[in-house]
Design a binder for this molecule. Structure first.
Ligand code: NDP
Ligand code: MG
Length: 396
């Protein structure tokens, strides 16, 4: 029996042990589907949510992770009462989030939580030597310099989950020694593609929440409507692939079939394509370097007579230009951009400001928040706080 137990343990250790931060969100729930379909390959150790205790409890009962974290401390008793009898450990609060990622059995942390909240646990996970499957692009936007330095120092891979960055990464497999000349990030253009500023004045929350090709969490859906999502992705790409700003271009491709393109120094371009389904990039990051077999729907050329491309409209969608400006400025500029945008999106979702006013708020913060040329972690925390304070004053 002892031999059997030892063997079982060693087989289990061959599996990849995963923590999912933000398991109740759009990326988190799809990641659980990927794990369920590949249970020979993955073992779930940790799941977390901010306030959706019902879904977190249901997920824990189904997937039996070792540990769960609920961000909202008021919900601790409810979650603990439901899961303690099953032998599942329950913790609450932001500190717990940064601590659970350090747990010994975890091999890889999927950061599927939204916003600035991802920064601290991602740093903790890197320092604990865990591989990162990164969906939480805000972390790289806020502190890309710090995160990439830490990842190099601790020998940690940051594997992109964002579909465009996964596409670029997939194009680079086998090419890591060949310099990139340029990348083209594709953008669907969002629900308001082709519209001008006067047509966007009275856009409602409901209209902005309808994305043509992807079903996602509320924040990224609004970011996609303003093209801020693409702006954040430009900054994310800079850090993931060590690029200069002039090596990154954005091209609108409304069908969302080509997920992005790399151009090499001989002029050759490689693109990755497929139907828009986040499960594929999630699975590629979690399973890397293996491509796990899947039954995801396959692309059929007969259904797409045209794949089209156009230039983004930087005058109407000012946020995309702001992101390039922040990249140019460097220092804490992207951290300020991110915080201002989080406040702007929150205010828009609460019907406190209009669609175009989101960009006004961001421009105001960019103007007012103190510039730090070489920020450390504390500087990022302070810049984030200062921006939120200035943004909130502007709104009141
Ligand atoms: P969702 O809003 O659907 O889910 C967010 C998750 O994070 C939920 O589990 C939520 O818990 C949790 N959460 C929210 N706020 C906090 C907080 N302050 N602290 C800790 N946890 C928190 O977002 P998405 O899944 O759409 O996006 C997640 C990340 O992935 C984002 O950074 C996004 O940009 C990125 N991404 C998403 C894509 C998509 O298709 N959705 C595509 C590419 C990137 P609760 O449910 O309790 O609120
Ligand atoms: Mg994307």
């Amino acid at each position: 029996m002892a031999t059997f137990a030892a063997r079982k343990k060693s087989v289990e250790k061959e599996k990849r042990h995963i923590a999912i931060l933000g398991s109740t969100g759009s990326i988190g729930t799809q990641a659980l589907e990927v794990l369920e379909a590949n249970s020979d390959f993955f073992e779930l150790e940790v799941i977390t949510a901010q306030s959706n205790s019902d879904l977190l409890i249901a997920q824990a009962k189904k997937f039996r992770p070792n540990t769960v974290v609920i961000g909202d401390e008021n919900k601790y008793s409810e979650v603990n009462d439901a899961l303690f009898p099953l032998g599942i450990k329950v913790f609450a609060g932001q500190d717990a989030l940064a601590q659970v990622v350090e747990m010994e059995p975890i091999d890889m942390v999927l950061t599927a939580l939204v916003g600035y909240a991802g920064l601290r646990p991602t740093i903790a996970a890197i320092k604990a030597g865990k591989q990162i499957a990164l969906a939480n692009k805000e972390t790289l936007v806020v502190a890309g310099d710090l995160i990439t330095r830490l990842a190099a120092e601790y020998g940690v891979n940051i594997l992109p989950v964002d579909s465009e960055h996964s596409a670029i990464f997939q194009c680079l497999v086998g090419e890591f020694h060949n310099p990139i000349e340029k990348i083209y990030l594709t953008a669907s253009g969002g629900p308001f593609r082709g519209k001008k500023r006067d047509e966007l004045l009275h856009i409602t929350k409901a209209q902005a929440l309808k994305h043509p090709n992807w079903v996602m969490g509320a924040k990224i859906t609004i970011d996609s409507a303003t093209l801020m999502n693409k702006g954040l992705e430009v900054i994310e790409a800079k850090w993931l692939f060590n690029l200069r700003q002039d090596q990154i271009d954005v091209i609108v491709h409304p069908q969302s079939i080509i997920h992005s393109i790399v151009q090499f120094e001989d002029g050759s371009m490689k693109a990755q394509m497929g139907l828009p389904d986040m499960k594929l990039p999630i699975q590629f990051a979690l399973g890397y370097p293996q491509r796990l077999k899947s039954d995801f729907e396959r692309f059929n050329f007969a259904n797409y007579a045209n794949l089209t491309f156009e230039k983004p409209d930087y005058n109407t969608f000012r946020n995309l230009q702001f992101a390039f400006d922040a990249l140019q400025k460097g220092g804490n500029a992207a951290c300020v951009l991110n915080a201002a945008n989080e406040i702007a999106v929150e205010a828009f979702l609460k019907d406190e400001i209009g669609f175009l006013a989101m960009s006004d708020l961001i421009a105001h913060c960019t103007d007012k928040v103190s510039f730090v040329a070489k920020p450390n972690y504390e500087d990022y925390v302070q810049s984030d706080e200062e921006t939120r304070r200035i943004a909130t004053q502007y709104l009141n």
